[in-house]
Design a protein around this ligand. Structure first.
Ligand SMILES: NC(=O)C1=CN([C@@H]2O[C@H](COP(=O)(O)OP(=O)(O)OC[C@H]3O[C@@H](n4cnc5c(N)ncnc54)[C@H](OP(=O)(O)O)[C@@H]3O)[C@@H](O)[C@H]2O)C=CC1
Ligand SMILES: CC(=O)C(=O)O
Ligand SMILES: [Mg+2]
Length: 760
């Protein structure tokens, strides 16, 4: 089992990190933004009174117009009363809010579905139904979440009858769909037949009951499916802790305990609570057991525990940090996407089965190159450790909604059928935001090949937090440079626990490599006006010089710095120690994420006023960088003019750079000079039919540092874009410099990017 023992290293995120993540900036995980301009008197007159009266009347006359004039068609409510929050039990409506906000942002992130969380403070099924039933006009769908059984069955059934939009209890059907998909594949790999395979489901609540209903509908024999709960086996005649939903699955058997039920069983579904399965139980299962321990956040048994006793198991959990994540996140965003796009009145069984089959089929397909990127650069192959795609698989967004939409149309519940499915699939792919999978890929690759990263400013609190996070995320070793006493005191005061494997502290002055580093620096600097004692002082007192030398001499893999020095000072320090890669030019590239679109901008850090030759070099360097990040570059050489108009000296430099690239016969798309709006807007670009870019640019080469810096900072401050970088590209050893006000999360992202560049 290719997993690390996380129990030894602690969880991948600490409690403190989780709280800080939720409280940083605006508390919580989502906000609402208007989609129409709201600037002038005219805007107000249109958005509100009197203009708003017009769509009101139109909708009153024809309710379907609400899909044209309001958010309804793309809006899902995530609704809970907090009675079964993950596997943590009944902690109440308010405590469920972080999970519901989380589901809402996953809707957005994975399928571009807008979503809002609603926490309803009642455990009474009738009250809950009465609260939700009247909300129908606001939403295109209702995702019920973390409501305990048996009330969830009553609530969902009633709401489905009362509402004319999809009502979907995710813990029931989402889980059933994903586990069914994984099961189809696990059965194939282990050569089992549904008709004869024996399955035990531990947990007879929302998820457990729905999962066994679906497996029986798929072909499992009812007498081969044993349900268990806290009282043991649900057998015919049992009276304690029963309800009608459990009774429907009670079997005639002498077995009374989970251990007895599992003896000789082929498959176990854990939909109960942490630790409910013991190694002895797993040991007693049949050859090639299929173990889906799906309780969250901690599974019924861990993959490490199983690996200790069996080598023949197919193991899945609900978590993202092990192979085979069987979690409803693979389903709900895409199922609703498909349902909303055909304005479905419901999500019926045919749509659920279609989703399960599409998901199962995806894992069996060969993984194309651009998808392999989402799998840690490790092309997965259908088999024991890959029975189901990962949530970051970019194919999910087109495969699942298409299957769901088709099934809705075939079963007559689509109010607006899709006529061109191929075009629909293409539009779906355009909805996904590639940068998140890019960062995920970076993290995953580093996790597979952990690296030693030097955090040069080890005495700073946010740097320590970043180092802890780096280690907790199993990215490798974090080396904090600084005075040990000082670091420990700051850590103590800030409540940061540095006492864990993987964190090292190095005091430059006391390092046993100190003399070697000073010699190295002197060798480089002696003809640049530096005496030996200048170099010794730099190694002793300047953490950037010390950290960079560690990496230059192979004592560490990468450096991250920048919170205590301005960018150019830190870069000068680093450049005294590390050269450009032979044949390369050092540049800064910034990744800008704006409204679901990603563009890479260069040079945002190094060349103040590049000449044409340098602009051409920058274009080559950033195009290579874009490829490494998983994008096929379409490079726009930007200026204030477009193809010669208006003329001017600055634009001429850019025109000349384009000619230089022509001579170099580079292997990527580029053109210019052009203005930023032409580069980014397909319609404007079409006014220049000779333009050689095949679509809007995803790489922008700026005419000078000042315009690059001004543009990216304005995007960040005014446009609400996320800007990662400037990232240093072209250095011989990986170093990244963060900005002066960087937070721990920025620092750890940069550390991961630096570690990624350290390669294999
Ligand atoms: N991976 C995934 O995608 C998903 C995972 N889950 C996980 O499934 C679990 C159950 O969720 P849900 O069905 O919504 O909750 P419910 O509250 O509806 O049901 C919980 C069920 O688990 C049983 N149970 C609890 N502890 C144990 C135990 N130690 N041994 C045996 N049975 C136990 C309860 O028994 P009793 O009836 O006797 O009280 C009950 O039947 C949670 O851990 C949740 O995180 C849920 C949805 C999706
Ligand atoms: C994943 C999920 O929905 C749960 O564990 O409840
Ligand atoms: Mg849930």
């Amino acid at each position: 089992m290719p997993v690390k023992d996380t129990s030894e290293q602690g969880p991948s995120v600490s409690a403190q990190e989780a709280l800080e993540f939720h409280s940083m900036g605006r508390p919580g995980k989502l906000e609402i933004n208007p989609t129409k301009p709201m600037a002038t008197q005219r805007d107000l007159s249109l958005a509100y009174s009197p203009g708003v009266a017009v769509p009101v009347k139109a909708i009153a006359e024809d309710p379907s117009r609400a899909f044209d004039y309001t958010t309804r068609g793309n809006m899902v409510a995530v609704i809970s009363n907090g009675t079964a929050i993950l596997g943590m039990g009944n902690l109440g409506a308010l405590a469920s809010k972080p999970v519901m906000e989380g589901k809402a942002v996953l809707f957005k992130r994975f399928a571009d579905v807008d979503s809002i969380d609603l926490e309803v403070d009642t455990e009474d099924a009738d009250e809950f139904v009465n609260c939700v039933r009247f909300l129908g006009p606001s939403f295109g769908g209702i995702n019920l979440e973390d409501i305990k059984a048996p009330e969830c069955f009553i609530i969902e059934q009633r709401l489905r009858e009362l509402m004319d939009i999809p009502v979907f209890h995710d813990d029931q059907h989402g889980t059933a769909i994903i586990s069914a998909a994984g099961l189809i594949n696990a059965l194939e790999i282990t050569g089992r037949d549904m008709k004869t395979a024996k399955l035990v489901c531990n947990g007879a609540g929302a998820a457990g009951i729905a999962c066994i209903e679906l497996v029986k509908a798929m072909g499992f024999s009812p007498q081969n499916v044993i349900l268990c709960d806290t009282k043991g086996v649900v057998y015919q005649g049992r009276e304690e802790g029963m309800n009608q939903w459990k009774s429907a699955h009670a079997v005639k058997t002498d077995k009374r305990t989970l251990a007895e039920a599992l003896d000789g069983a082929d498959i176990v579904f854990g939909l109960s609570a942490k630790g409910a399965l013991t190694p002895a139980m797993i040991q007693s299962m049949a050859k090639d057991p299929v173990i889906f321990a799906m309780a969250n956040p901690d599974p019924e048994i861990t993959p490490e525990e199983v690996a200790e006793i069996r080598t023949d198991a197919i193991m899945a959990t609900g978590r993202s940090d092990y192979p085979n994540q069987v979690n409803n996140v693979l389903g709900f965003p895409y199922i609703f996407r498909g349902a909303l796009d055909v304005r479905a009145t419901t999500i019926n069984d045919a749509m659920k089965v279609a989703a399960a089959e599409a998901l199962a089929a995806l894992a069996r397909q060969d993984v194309p190159d651009d998808v392999a990127a989402a799998y840690q650069g490790n092309r997965p192959k259908f088999g024991r450790n890959y029975i189901i795609p990962v949530p970051f698989d970019p194919r999910l967004i087109s495969a699942i909604p298409v299957a769901v939409a088709k099934a809705a149309m075939d079963t007559g519940v689509a109010r607006r059928p899709i006529l061109d499915m191929e075009k629909y699939a293409q539009e779906l792919s355009a909805r996904r935001d590639p940068i998140a999978s890019t960062l995920q890929r970076i993290y995953d690759r580093v996790r597979r090949q952990p690296k030693r990263v030097v955090f040069a400013e080890g005495e700073e609190e946010q740097v320590m937090r970043a180092a802890v996070s780096y280690v907790n995320q199993r990215l490798g070793t974090a080396i904090l440079v600084g005075r040990e006493d000082q670091i420990k005191e700051t850590a103590r005061n800030a409540g940061v626990d540095l006492n864990k494997p993987g964190i090292e502290i190095i005091n430059a002055r006391l390092s046993r490599r100190n003399a070697v580093y000073a010699d190295y620096l002197y060798e480089r600097m002696q003809r640049k006006g530096y005496l030996f004692r200048d170099c010794q002082r730099l190694i002793n007192n300047d953490r950037n010089h010390f950290a960079a030398t560690m990496v230059a001499l192979g004592d560490a893999d990468a450096v991250v710095t920048g919170v205590t020095r301005n960018y150019s000072t830190a870069l000068d320090d680093i450049r005294r120690v590390i050269d450009a890669k032979p044949g390369h030019r050092v540049i800064g590239a910034s990744i800008v994420l704006a409204r679901g679109r990603t563009v890479i901008v260069a040079d945002t850090a190094v060349h103040d006023m590049p000449n044409s030759e340098q602009i051409a070099d920058i274009a080559e360097e950033v195009a290579n960088f874009a490829r490494r990040m998983g994008y096929e570059p379409r490079v726009a050489m930007l200026a204030y003019s477009t193809f010669g108009h208006p003329p001017g000296e600055r634009s001429e430099r850019v025109m000349e750079a384009v000619k230089i690239l022509d001579k170099r016969r580079v292997d990527f798309e580029y053109d210019g000079e052009m203005a930023a709006d032409v580069a980014l807007n397909a319609k404007l670009m079409r006014q220049y039919p000779f333009c050689r870019l095949s679509g809007p640019a995803n790489v922008l080469v700026m005419p000078a540092f000042h315009s690059a810096s001004i543009a990216t900072k304005m995007l960040q401050e005014l446009g609400g874009s996320m800007v990662i970088g400037p990232l240093l590209v072209g250095l011989n050893k990986p170093v990244q410099i963060v900005s002066l006000n960087a937070k721990d999360s920025d620092i750890v992202n940069m550390a991961a990017i630096a570690a990624y560049s350290a390669g294999s």
